[in-house]
Design a protein around this ligand. Structure first.
Ligand SMILES: [Zn+2]
Length: 449
């Protein structure tokens, strides 16, 4: 099948005007000008998207599909109080609720042109939703305990879940990993255990790190509401916590966490230059979650410092629980505007840079850039078509600017994963939006209490 559009954006090479992509089975076979490819493959069926961009599917480097039903529940609280509300309210949900919530997330993911997710889940609902939607992804089993004695048990239960999730998935699309939740909810021995396991078996790893100021103060000074309000709902009121005197990044360094290969650190807002040296030196990739960090008053990640050290950075939505939508265009736009507003001319970043972060950047962070993240012959056919023809978009001149400044998830025409069209023309290949929306309503009633 030949797919043609006004703009083809391979992302790792200059864009092609009036371009075409030849897809056979699950692979990209050829990329070039429409004229050339149509002439050389006269019998190949052609799908033309017109004034649109064809580009690699987005990689959402950090999300939690199972929290989608929390959208709009806690809107106007800063991070720690938001987190406490979420922890308290989530207790009322059962397995079926988590599953339905994750399905709503999967629906929006494909709608937004996301083809690969890096999802942290404790229930496994995200893994099942990804399989149902036909998404590619790394599904991280979340682990947490502040009790050292529980670490072996937590790790063995995680191993059982990971094996079960993998057995129920297509291994060519889904990988499983481990995610210690955050420094304020994991005993350092748990971080060490994850690093040992990851190094021994090449398990992908992700963790929330250096997000809020409260987390920083908790780790370094032993203070803030994490040391007070968080103990009861997370059941470690009897565990003593002492100041460590170091930043969250250096705290995890001391405990050997960065010995794990392939770490995706989420947020990295509360970091200084020395912290960034540590992360860069250990090859840690960062998930930039600009809207979540802003909405919850966490701060702004120092993107320019990451870039100056050549670190790998991708973009994450962190789920509608913290961010309201999974619109990846909005995520790129806001993330870019924020950096420009803060840094002025000195740190000016282009729209093209953000599209690369949203695609090949995320793929590199997950160690999957040989297979996905750009349109190249031999790579997996994960591609999206995005309309650039609406009144809020024309006239277009530069496709990267048009995507980042004018597009939104409603403009996605088609989302393809491994050569399979999973979303096109407002319809999902395997998901029923009406049924999913119906199932989410009772969850909202439960959550509101
Ligand atoms: Zn998160």
């Amino acid at each position: 099948m030949l797919f043609t559009a006004r703009y083809v954006l391979p992302v790792t090479s200059p864009h092609i005007s009036d371009g075409a992509v030849l897809v056979r089975d699950d692979r990209i076979v050829e990329i070039g000008s429409r004229e050339d490819l149509v002439a050389r493959h006269p019998d190949e069926p052609v799908t033309d998207f017109g004034l649109a961009a064809l580009l690699p599917g987005f990689v959402d480097l950090h999300t939690h599909l199972e929290y989608t039903a929390f959208r709009g529940l806690v809107n106007d609280l800063p991070y720690t109080r938001w987190k406490l509300q979420v922890v308290e309210r989530e207790q009322v949900l059962d397995d079926r609720d988590w599953q339905d919530s994750a399905m709503l997330g999967a629906l929006e993911t494909l709608r937004s042109g996301i083809t690969t997710i890096a999802d942290i889940t404790s229930s496994g609902a995200s893994a099942r939703a990804a399989v149902a939607a036909g998404l590619r992804g790394v599904i991280y089993r979340e682990v947490s305990t502040m009790r050292k004695a529980e670490v072996p048990d937590v790790m063995s239960r995680a191993a059982e879940d990971m094996a079960a999730w993998l057995a129920a998935a297509d291994p060519s699309l889904i990988r499983v990993g481990l995610a210690p939740h955050a420094p304020y909810s994991c005993h350092p021995e748990l971080y060490r255990a994850v690093a040992v396991e990851a190094a021994a078996h090449s398990v992908p790893v992700s963790t929330h790190l250096a997000g809020s100021r409260d987390e920083y103060d908790f780790v370094k000074y032993g203070s803030t509401s994490f040391a007070v309000d968080f103990e009861d709902p997370t059941r470690w009121a009897d565990v003593g916590w002492l100041p460590t005197g170091v930043s969250p990044v250096r705290y995890l360094l001391q405990w050997g966490f960065f010995d794990a290969p392939g770490i995706v650190a989420v947020h990295c807002v509360q970091v200084d230059e020395e912290d960034i040296d540590v992360l860069a030196g250990r090859g840690v990739a960062v998930a930039y979650c600009a809207r979540c960090n802003a909405k919850l008053g966490m701060g702004v990640a120092p993107l320019k410092s990451f870039m100056s050290r050549g670190m790998t950075v991708g973009i994450g939505t962190d789920s509608p629980a913290s961010n309201a939508t999974m619109d990846f265009f909005d995520e790129m736009r806001f993330g870019m505007m924020l950096q420009r507003a803060l840094s002025g001319e000195a740190g000016f970043l282009s729209a093209e840079h953000f599209v690369r972060m949203a695609t090949i950047g995320g793929a590199k962070a997950l160690g999957m850039d040989a297979e996905i993240g750009s349109l190249e012959p031999g790579k997996q056919a994960d591609l999206v078509a995005v309309a650039l023809s609406h009144s809020h978009q024309i006239p277009t001149q530069d496709p990267y600017s048009a995507l980042v400044f004018t597009a939104n998830q409603e403009n996605v025409l088609m989302t393809m994963v491994a050569g399979r069209v999973m979303f096109e023309g407002g319809e999902w290949a395997t998901l029923d939006p009406a049924e999913i929306k119906d199932r989410v309503e009772p969850i909202r009633v439960k959550l509101r209490g």
